[in-house]
Design a protein around this ligand. Structure first.
Ligand code: SF4
Ligand code: SF4
Length: 173
């Protein structure tokens, strides 16, 4: 197995609802393998373009691997995060990238743990938790309301920094 495959197996953040909340599907994508894994496919209400999406976390992502790798959607085939791109170009070593992934995963775990004490966030993806906490930083949010989520906001900011520094790239999944 290549270094890049190993890196992705140790990570999974573009599949598990951390970096993205959905994947766009196209006519040439085979949806049967996704549906066989009970994937939630949907169109946005009010979107006249009729684009089809799959909700993340992806149910085909299991133990760090894509269970439908040969049949994964074209968006998944074409995607690589900034870190993976850097490893492929030789700008970042595999060992360094692996350390970055582990640090980001630790921040993700801390975010989920901080969210546990807020029932309203139960079952939400990490991406949605990130959005929820980031919205609390808006000027019109009362400080006392923001204070209820202090620990969560700190963990979210740490995770968001990791994602911004190493993973997000000017492309979307
Ligand atoms: S976020 Fe990057 S390193 Fe992680 S699984 Fe996706 S492409 Fe691979
Ligand atoms: S189909 Fe495979 S590559 Fe695409 S989001 Fe699901 S697990 Fe990840």
């Amino acid at each position: 197995m290549s270094d890049t495959e190993n890196l992705c197996i140790s990570c999974g953040m573009c599949c598990n609802g951390t970096l993205f909340e959905r994947v766009q599907l196209f006519d040439h994508d085979d949806t049967a393998p996704l549906l066989a894994h009970d994937a939630n496919l949907f169109r946005k209400s009010g979107d006249e373009s009729g684009k089809l999406y799959m909700q993340l976390p992806c149910p085909a992502h299991c133990d760090g691997a894509c269970k439908i790798y040969e049949f994964r959607p074209s968006t998944c085939r074409g995607y690589k995060c900034e870190l993976l791109g850097q490893v492929e170009k030789g700008g970042v070593s595999f060992e360094k990238a692996r350390a970055i992934v582990l640090e980001a995963l630790a921040a993700r775990t801390a975010t989920l743990k901080a969210a546990e004490s807020h029932p309203a966030l139960a079952g939400q993806s990490v991406k949605n938790i990130l959005k929820f906490a980031t919205d609390l930083l808006a000027e019109d949010v009362k400080p006392e309301d923001r204070g209820l989520y202090g620990e969560l906001i700190i963990e979210v900011m740490a995770l968001d920094l990791q994602l911004e520094l190493h993973f997000r790239a000017p492309q979307s999944k």
